[in-house]
Every structure is written in C-alpha cells, then in structure tokens.
Design a protein around this ligand. Sequence first.
Ligand code: NAP
Length: 333
Amino acid sequence: MKPNARITFQRVPQGLPVVEDFGADVAEVPTAGEGQFLSKTLYLSLDPYYRNVMKGSQIYADRLRAGDVMVGETVAKVIESRHPQFQPGDFVAVRNGWQEYALSDGQGVRKVDANLAPVSTALGVLGMPGLTGYAGTVFLAQPLPGQTFVVSAATGPVGSTAGQVARHMGARVVGIAGSDDKCEFAVRELGFDACINYKREDLASALKEACPRGIDAYFDNVGGSTLEAVLGRLALGARIVLCGMIGAYSMDQMPHGPWLGPVVGARATMKGLVVYDHMDKMAEMTRVLSGWIAAGSFRYREDISEGLASAPEAFCRLMRGENFGKALVRVGA
Ligand code: NAP
C-alpha cells in the first residue's frame, strides 16, 4: 500500500486551538477514476477562517466531524489524470485538505503558472488572500491619491496586499502590526509610510500622530479594540472595509461591538467584504500583482513550516498571531 498521511479534525477547540484538537492517520493513496485526477500536495495554506469551520460556523460550506481530514486549500502537482483538462505535471490550486494526496473532479480548481512567481504564492498574494486585499482596496475602500489608508494585520497576506495596492493607487499607507519587526518590514520592504506596533504603543495616540488629517480608508482585518481606535480618527466621508475579525474567531462568546457614533459624525461608509463575491477578478489580480512582483514594486513574505505533521502547531501559532507572513506548510518537495 502507498501511504497517504493525513491530519484530521478531532474536536471543537475551546478558545485558542491546541494541537490536541487535531488527530492523524494514514490511509491508502487513492486511484483516479473517470473524470478525476490525483495530485500530490506541495503546500498547504493555513487560513484564519479554518478556526470558524472547526466550530461549525454556518457561513462556510465545509462541515467537519471527528476523524474527517481537515479542510484547506493547497498547491499540488497532478501525478495521475483521467480528466481531460489536467495533465500529469500540472500545478494546481486545489482543496486537497491536510493530506499528502487527494483526488479531484476539477471543480473549483485553478491551474497555477509556475513562471509567474513561486507556486506557493497561489495560496497567498496570488491567491484567495491576495484577491481579498486587492478587491477590498480597489473596489470597496477606493483610496484616492494623497488620502490616508490604514490597514491592520499589515504584514499578513491580506493586509500586505491591501496596503501595497493602496500605495500603488497613490495613498499614504499606515500599517498596524503586532511587533517592531513586523512594523520595520512594513515600512522598509512593503513601502508603507508608517506602521504602528499596537502592542507597544497606545494605538489611539499613535494614530493621531501618524494620521494628522484623519483616516480616509480603513481595511479592518482584526475588529475589536483596533477597529474602535480607528473609528476615533475618521476623516469626513471615510470608507471602512470590514474584512476579518481574527481575534474573535477563538472566543466562545462574541464580543460587544465598538461604539459606532463616529461613523455617523464622519458620514462614513462601512462595507462588508466577502472575497468569493470577487472571484471574477482573480485573473485581473494575478496579472496586476505578478507584474508588480516581477518589476520589484510588490513584496510578500511567507512563514513556512516543514512537513505535514507540523500543520496543527503551525495553525495554532497563526491563531495566536505568532506568524510573520503568509502561513504555509511545505508538505511535499
Ligand atoms: P494573517 O494576517 O496572517 O492573520 C494572522 C495575523 O493577524 C497575526 O499574525 C496578527 O498579526 C493578526 N492579529 C491581530 N489580532 C489578532 C488576534 N487577536 N489573534 C491572532 N492574530 C491577530 O492572515 P490573513 O490570511 O492575511 O487574514 C487576515 C484577515 O482577513 C483575517 O481576519 C481573515 O479571517 C480575513 N479574511 C477575510 C476574507 C473575506 O473574504 N472577508 C478573506 C480572507 C481573509 P499582528 O501581530 O500584526 O497583529
């Protein structure tokens, strides 16, 4: 038997996830049937929303029972195919989940062009997180040249894309991130005008200093007290893109929302962002961002753990906010 190592869902986490919430087993590598292909996972994407899937959130199509293979996006190489559109050797972005091999019928699968950038980027800046940052900035936040654009979780794949797209649109970009190293990276590598370490500085006063004319657009990846502090500095007509609330995903009780009075005073607009509404822009985003990557005017960072067995601990690190860059697991060579 050819072994297929898998990481399974074990139980719903209480608060922050721990490695005991996951299990592991070994199955036999399946064989492709008519209309299917078999692929070998190269990279597994770790995304904050998996925590919501683990608690059975109804807004996702995925349902997990104890013993099921953990769900997730991967970049994989086709090794056997009985599907007319996929050939052995093709790189694909496919939802293989947390396992070394999986079958697919081609539904929702994207081919990955290895000439554009390293294939791992199809899970980060050239994939779903990149599209989130791109679409939320270009179509919802719409910063004008010279306006102040603020983004939280600034060095993650969504935040770093949003901020760099806003910079390319001519905005003044201020990041919010959780360490001095992350802030230094945001300014030096990503080209942000400033970055605030919210763990070291008082966010409200630091925002006042960094955004003297107020905040015209805010791309919110975290919610909670960060959103509350930003709302206190809104410029007239500000746009707020509500993208994610990572801090709340591991809470058993939903937190009370921030005070929204300043939204009224600033005549601001708050818009909810769901990346799947913008899938038709994937090709546009890939063309624009890969062009900037090739020209050296767009940077990205990856936080890669080695081996499938490291996935549970790497996911727990992500949910504790300890990743620095797009969280990935290198599963295969
Ligand atoms: P990411 O930025 O790598 O997410 C992890 C980072 O979040 C951490 O490194 C940490 O950075 C920050 N963070 C802030 N408060 C945190 C807390 N209380 N606990 C843990 N981490 C915290 O991941 P991403 O993939 O780019 O996602 C960013 C956000 O976008 C997430 O909220 C995600 O759910 C959301 N999202 C939404 C959509 C959509 O369609 N709306 C699509 C994709 C992603 P710092 O140390 O810098 O704070």
